[in-house]
Design a protein around this ligand. Structure first.
Ligand SMILES: Nc1ncnc2c1ncn2[C@@H]1O[C@H](COP(=O)(O)OP(=O)(O)OP(=O)(O)O)[C@@H](O)[C@H]1O
Ligand SMILES: [Mg+2]
Length: 309
């Protein structure tokens, strides 16, 4: 009787240990999978506008997520809460195992190095050259005096050259930013974000000021580079066909709430109506033009073509 009880007790202990072990490995495996984790994110602006209302989102490594939704849905607010350019009202955000929402000054500065951002209006310093703008992506890494005199290590300069070659701007390194076209400016923005060597790329309306053909080139460049660098990307974009073409996953936001989260193929008319309402979304579909490979259009050197696979 006593032996039987002892055996059962041992079994119980073993089962309990296995349960704890399974839970732990599940949690660890999950943490390893999700580069970005957002829990119950809410943002109410001082004006009273509720831009985000309890958003949950997990983005695994290497995934390209397109964030779509009507104007005012909260897309930019969501992207900007991730690197705390906008301060969330409630909720928690993790970059891998680092809780962004708990960080203060220097910790937040360090965390922002790990998050590359590409802006709609490029956010370049107009009077600086292409090379200087790209190198500014390293500002978070070099010391105060080095950044004051804009002295960068040779390794940063070499990396900037490689990236400029990859985005098709190697012949423009000494050109001032204000002498570039919109598409060229966005390529500078992309190279700058990647020179940060980030763990995550946030992109806010990268094509809003560009023509349809350049928009496609830019989206292709962003997603190809993200793949080459093994980065997850959250792209906020108005253009539904572009989102479908380049993202692996679509998240639809409406009035600060996620109303769709799934693959591009499942984004049918009914779902678009749920996201955009009855009339909006068909207008946002652009007539597709014949597609050309971006490398051909950019006249990239052979070396870069090989590197891009
Ligand atoms: N700085 C701000 N102060 C007050 N309200 C704001 C501010 N920024 C955004 N909002 C409000 O928050 C809501 C979400 O705005 P947000 O810019 O995030 O939307 P969006 O989806 O990016 O729109 P769009 O597609 O037009 O860029 C809107 O109601 C907007 O008016
Ligand atoms: Mg916006």
């Amino acid at each position: 009787m006593q032996i039987c009880f002892a055996r059962r007790w041992r079994h119980c202990c073993f089962d309990a240990k296995m349960h704890v072990y399974n839970q732990c490995t599940f949690v660890i495996a999950k943490k390893e999978l999700d580069m970005l984790r957002i829990e119950q994110l809410t943002k109410r602006y001082p004006t009273g506008d509720l831009a985000l209302n309890g958003v949950d989102l997990e983005v695994p490594e290497r995934q390209v997520v397109a964030l779509i939704g009507p104007s005012g849905a909260g897309k930019s607010t969501l992207i900007r809460c991730i690197n705390r350019l906008v301060e969330p009202t409630e909720g928690r955000i993790w970059l891998k195992d680092l809780e962004i929402t708990r960080l203060h000054a220097s910790g937040l500065r360090r965390a922002r190095r790990r998050i590359g951002m590409i802006f709609q209006e490029y956010a370049l310093v107009e009077r600086l050259t292409v090379m200087e703008n790209v190198l500014s992506g390293r500002l978070g890494y070099v010391g105060f005096w080095q950044s004051w005199f804009r002295r960068y290590p040779q390794s940063d300069i070499d990396a900037a050259f490689n990236l400029l070659e990859r985005v098709g701007l190697v012949d423009y390194v000494d050109k001032r930013a204000d002498a570039l076209s919109g598409g060229q400016r966005q390529r500078v923005g992309i190279a700058r974000a990647l020179l940060q060597n980030p763990d995550l790329l946030l992109v806010d309306e990268p094509t809003a000021s560009l023509d349809p053909k350049t928009s496609r080139q830019i989206m292709r460049l962003i997603t190809e580079l993200a793949r080459e660098h093994g980065l997850p990307v959250v792209i906020n974009i108005h253009d539904v066909p572009l989102a479908r073409m380049f993202a692996q996953r679509i998240v639809g936001l409406r009035s600060g709430v996620i109303v769709y989260d799934g693959p591009p193929e499942a984004l049918v008319a009914d779902t678009l109506t749920t996201i955009y309402g009855e009339e909006d979304w068909t207008d946002s579909q652009r007539a597709d033009e014949p597609d050309e490979p971006v490398e051909q259009e950019l006249h990239l050197p052979q070396q870069a073509l090989t590197a891009s696979g």
